[in-house]
Design a protein. Sequence first.
Lengths: 797, 238
Amino acid sequence: MGGEVVSGGIGRSVPRPDGPEKASGAFRYAGDLRVPGMLHARTLRSPHPRARLGRIDAAAARRLPGVAAVVTAADVPGVATYGLIVADQPVFAATEVRYAGEPVAAVAAVDAATARRALAAIEVDYEPLRPSTDPEQVLAADAEALHPAGNLFREIDIRHGEPGVDGSVVVEDRYVVGMQDQAFLAPEAALVSPAADGGVDLRVATQWLHSDREQLAACLGIPENLVRLTLAGVGGAFGGREDVTLQIHGALLARVTGAPVRIAYDRVESFLGHPHRHPARMWFRHTATADGELVSVQANVVLDGGAYASSSPAVLANAVTHAAGPYRVSHARLRGVAVRTNNPPCGAMRGFGVPQVTIGHEAQMDRLADALGLDPVELRIRNAVRPGDVLPTGQVLGAPLPARELIQLVAARPLPPPPPAVDVTGLALPGGLPAAAEPSRVRRGVGYALAYKNLLFSEGMDDSSAARVRLDLTDDGTPRVRVHSACAEVGQGFVTIAGQIARTELGVEQVVLAPADTAVGSAGSTSASRQTWMSGGAVRGACVAVADRLLARVARAAELPAEVVEAPRRTLRIAAGQIVGVEAGLRIAIADALAEGPIEADYTFHHRRTTALDADGQGDPHVAFAGAAHRAVVDVDIDLGLVRVVSMALAQDCGTVLNPLSLRGQVEGGTAQGLGLALMEELVTVDGVVVNPTFHDYLLPTTADVPDLDFVAVTEPQPDAPYGVKGVGEAPTCTATPAIVAAIRAAVGRDLRRVPVRPQDLVDLPTRSDLPRSDLPTSPHLPTRSGVAPAGGASTA
Amino acid sequence: MTAVAPDGFAAGPTGTGETAGTDGEATGTDGGATGAGGGANGGDGGEAGVGGGETGADGNESYRLNVDGFLRTVNGARLGDSLLTVLRDTLGVTAVKDACEQGRCGACSVLLDGRLAASCTVLAADADGTRVVTVAGLGGAGLARAVRAMFLAEGAVQCGFCTPGFVVAVTDLLTRHPDADEEEIREALAGNICRCTGYGRILAAVRAVQAERSLLRSGDAHSSGQTQRPPDGGPDGG
């Protein structure tokens, strides 16, 4: 709105409203909640990746002093299974366990120690079965079904252009990506209270309150209106809180005992309790003309979904539809399967299927450049998609998507100085002090990656977000906006953005956010880069409706003509704290206009409709995309296989920037998570069992690992989004990993088909014999339900 | 490399007294015991934790802790409980965060007689006689206040779960070493994990505190005034 601008509106680096409490330690996270008389719950989990489940004898546990209840599958009153897309996961295993860590029972007791003792007293008869842990084997004709619903979560086959058309230059290879964990810092927690009306109240750290409610109500066998959730403080999410974990267990125990129940995981249980990023095995074949024009791309992607579906079908769609990357290509065959194994379940994590394929297509683009004798940046510039291009799904790429500009921008950033010939501090070379690299044995490498990532939910889902906005007066007569949205604030900064939008639209400085809960309509999930667009759009729509009513009220009171009352924005506008009508000579304080009562409005925001994919993988599946390009510079100690990321530069397609400081935090955080996947983050399983479920063994990037980010934002507005925004959190996670791996390849001259890159991949160290050697099968093809991938039959560069 | 037993689960019950001697498979993957065991016995996680909790399996003596300047009586805690457990679960000091219980993430950082420590790696009973200072006890003035203010102004807080530990660690660093250079800052804070920010804004906040303090020292040695950055005066982050 024009005129005087209220402070703290959109476009400013407004600080977080919850910041002071978070910095002082006063902010209450889900795990900090306590009520008098509450019980403490713990979960019993299967140690076996696959076993027939016999008798569960909890009699001894129930007899322990202080134990209030033990619940198992027999105590689930409603539907026995739950899930985000398909309800295929048992609340508790009933007849068979399908992954190591699957819940079998839960206990509530007077304190956590008693609850742990009770778990130890539960006797479970397991008959271990041979687990199926190789995702390339579970679709074989003679493979055993691991679940009544079979081993295939989804298969996608995208056919674009003509089959069999090739360029003269061919590169083909396989790539493997390990299992990354979200590793949000605050482990799962909830406080669950039984209610007098037979319902249940949960205060929980989650990404999607209304989805939790739907699944809870079904499994508890009670109507949704008796299941009430309020968001408790959330310490990070990154996709890992999109699935239900402890919610149903806690609610069952609260209803059985009639007492409030605190249910919380520690780090080990957090690693076992939520789905992870899908490990991927991928085959790619790229062909180009001799002068570097991409002709065809073939890809075959196998995602290991683990024991239960979670969001595997949607993750696969993302992976396959993005498999060719942001490049113009006339002919493509992009196939993929998401399969069930006895590995831990996998689901949503930042990037949602796109980081895996970006690792593959960007490695291929570098190899293609090498085969062509072209600079990798130049090859990307020549082939980058432009708005109006037809993507492999048949979708016409909308504007803006400045792919070419992004790679040019990032390539133009100044490079860091060369590695020091003498390391004075011992900190400037790979490994830092403890590793003490010999400077003459350090090699420098530079690598690039370009990607695009879809925004919002895809494939025809009519996704929406609701918000309620009320404009009233405080006790001292100051105007105040109250925003009510069920959007889960997980750290991303929606609470800041919502206030900025309300101030901008209503010209009122004081904005309060009601607790996010199920008393208001669904805001959808805090995922898919969607909340600034979707819930920001809902808050804006509700604010506009409130403003319209306020202006109409003022027009009526001023006895302006009826056409002004009906369309007051033509004549009146809101400035800072005032309603102004220049032609009408009117200027009235908002506080005065509110004297006759508050104004409230609801609004539900929908994005444009998309379509499902047809049998040939054709459609208009994605609402929009955001692009990103990273350049990584690394130093590698070629004796020890240690890598230091010297610098990272990022150019990103951000749309309109609502809060520069928040934007910067998102892209830096996304870059760091991509760095983690490149170099250190992997949940390692042996025969389906996670062997490193602690922060001691699952390594996360620290201040010693993550360099400062040289960041350039491209801010062309997205036409169909509120204010022209784009989601910004995911795209940089997709490009950081392949850029770093490309830089390592450039430094050491190895192919490096496996991510994360480990020291033994760089210096040929022997690998522990009990761990998977490399996960790199010798066959160039990946199996699908309908056979093997199309034959390549061409030379490999 | 691993702190857990080869099957990934059996380490669970070995750490704390109350589950010592129970069958590993029966407790399944209940990780709480793993964490508490590691926490009570030092930063090396499960390996160091084996058997450590037995000393206080049923020990239940009363003792006192000086927490943020208040003498607090601890009743009902086990002698094997970590300082983190006693602070959070016995004394209700939830400003100290619990994220790994292995001394690996710094979320539970406190000062013990002015020395930085991960409270999950310290036995609470051993802290008897020391001054325990949490983020809540750092005070609303001076360096800690500047650190908190700059964390907000520079965008160093997102989910905020690491923030209390970081505020303690940064305050400790700049107390001991106000002019720490880039590499010294990075090395000093490498024990604190942040999963949201990628550290860029945290390091910017540290540099901003240094710049402000340096200005204060050189600008007017006699002045006691503050040059606090206004809350809305954050830099253009883009």
